[in-house]
Design a protein around this ligand. Structure first.
Ligand code: UDP
Length: 450
């Protein structure tokens, strides 16, 4: 029973921004299903929990009865009005509240559920969990939801900071990062004072203390990076792609799939910039014009924006001749697995890159921040399954050129083949019972609940 003192109790600390909490929750639900007697307490902000638990707080009667959600303070003082959609500001305010916000709720939850925690499973960012776990003599298992190469860059921060050279110089001296250029590096790596950079720096320092670091990637996706991480961490467990175990049910309220069914194989360009990014209006216009020039059908997941009325009108015009479809949200994984999709114009957020690999779809990358630049570089120069937009922003010419390379140029076949090979690897990794991700998941369950 919940009150049994011997009962296991896993505390999960989510990072409530970007696409972090949802993949973590999907992993937790899977572990919870594998260990029904273990209690899981999922801590995030109220806003994040509302999005992750649309049906309530989990627990009794829900799909995962042994997972319960609890709210922690988002750090905002009473009456605080966030200034628009400034993510950095919200993150900084939140970071001022950690770890106290987690600690106070954790203690209350331990009393309520009648179980001390026996494991701390946290977002990879949470350096402070190393101390919390040590004080409680429980294992700390951070979950890295971005790309493995970004994780490696954070662990190599001291070496990267010492490199002197031009921005297009490659990091040849650092195994695993040798295809990366200085300009692709996460810019937080070079900042020694702001809150977010301080967090990821500390994280890189303490991750080797973790019982295991979990990654949303799959074996042999990036062998040198994986080898380096294995040598630096006590255990590196790649158990991904999370989204394949099991794939989410299709929810397609805007009719994307029936529309794709009517299109020719590998003809459609799918456009999406994840959950937060809205490219500036002039870039949207440039992309619309480039799509027009390529004369490819397109499906665009577009979040409207008061400032972007002009591109919105343009988009609608482009969509008018039935050549395009514009929706506020698409069932992305299912879209990328559809035979009609031939290219993905993306910000190269890690979930998007993985989902594109799962679909075997080549990418056109227009990264904005964080690990997106590294991911775009890996797509173009590492895996060679796509083209980054030259100059780093959508202009009509550069975008048309990148689309041409992926859809029609002589590199197209090779890109499709390599993307298809990665897709096969991803599918093999999650096979039961022998896939590498399947086996690593079993090891993870043992560490977290054993
Ligand atoms: N996504 C989706 N439909 C959309 C746009 C995005 O399902 O119309 C999902 C996408 O499948 C991915 C996530 O949102 O799982 C975006 O994650 P990513 O790491 O790429 O970007 P972020 O949101 O963190 O910027």
């Amino acid at each position: 029973s919940e009150g049994s003192p011997a009962g296991k109790h896993v505390a999960v600390f989510a990072f409530p921004f970007a696409t972090h909490a949802a993949p973590l929750l999907s992993l937790v639900q899977r572990i919870a299903a594998a260990s029904p007697a273990t209690a899981f307490s999922f801590f995030s902000t109220e806003k994040s929990n509302l999005a992750c638990f649309p049906g309530g707080r989990g627990g009794e009667g829900s799909e995962c009865p042994n997972v319960m959600a609890y709210d922690v303070w988002d750090g905002a003082p009473e009456g605080y009005v966030p200034s628009g959609t400034n993510l950095v500001e919200a993150v900084e305010i939140f970071l001022r509240a950690v770890p106290g916000n987690f600690e106070s709720v954790l203690e209350a939850v331990e009393r309520e559920r009648g179980r001390k925690i026996t494991c701390l499973l946290t977002d990879g960012f949470y350096w402070f969990a190393a101390d919390m776990a040590r004080e409680r003599s429980v294992p700390w298992v951070p979950v890295w939801t971005a790309s493995p190469c970004a994780l490696l860059a954070h662990m190599e921060t001291d070496s990267i900071r010492q490199i002197r050279g031009t921005s297009d110089m490659t990091l040849d001296a650092i195994p695993g990062l040798s295809t990366m250029r200085m300009m692709d590096m996460i810019k937080e790596i070079f900042d020694t004072t702001a809150p977010l950079p301080t967090m990821v720096y500390r994280m890189g320092q303490v991750l080797p203390q973790a019982a295991a670091v979990v990654s949303n990637s799959f074996g042999n996706m990036d062998p040198i990076v994986e080898r380096e991480l294995r040598s630096k961490l006590r255990r590196f467990l790649d158990v991904g792609p999370f989204v394949l175990s099991p794939p989410p049910p299709l929810s397609d309220e805007h009719g994307c799939i029936p529309w794709l069914d009517q299109q020719e194989t590998a003809s459609v360009v799918y456009v999406s910039f994840g959950s937060m990014i809205r490219p500036p209006p002039h870039e949207v216009t440039a992309l619309v014009n480039a799509l027009d020039k390529a004369a490819s059908p397109f499906l665009w997941s577009y979040r409207s924006d008061a400032e972007a009325e002009v591109p919105q009108a343009l988009l609608e015009k482009a969509a008018a001749g039935k050549r395009g479809k514009v929706v506020p949200w698409a069932p992305q994984l299912h879209v990328l697995r559809h035979r009609a999709v031939g290219a993905f114009v993306t910000h190269c957020g890690w979930n998007s890159v993985l989902e594109s690999m799962i679909g075997g779809v080549p990418m056109v990358g227009r990264p904005f921040f964080g690990d997106q630049c590294m991911n775009a570089r890996a797509v173009e120069a590492g895996w060679r399954i796509g083209a980054a937009v030259e100059g780093g922003a959508f202009t009509e010419e550069a975008t048309a050129a990148a689309l041409e390379r992926v859809l029609a140029g002589e590199e197209k076949e090779g890109m499709r083949e390599r993307a298809g090979a990665l897709k096969e690897k991803a599918l093999k990794a999650v096979e039961e019972p022998q896939g590498s991700s399947t086996k690593n998941f079993e090891a993870l369950v043992e560490i977290v609940t054993g």
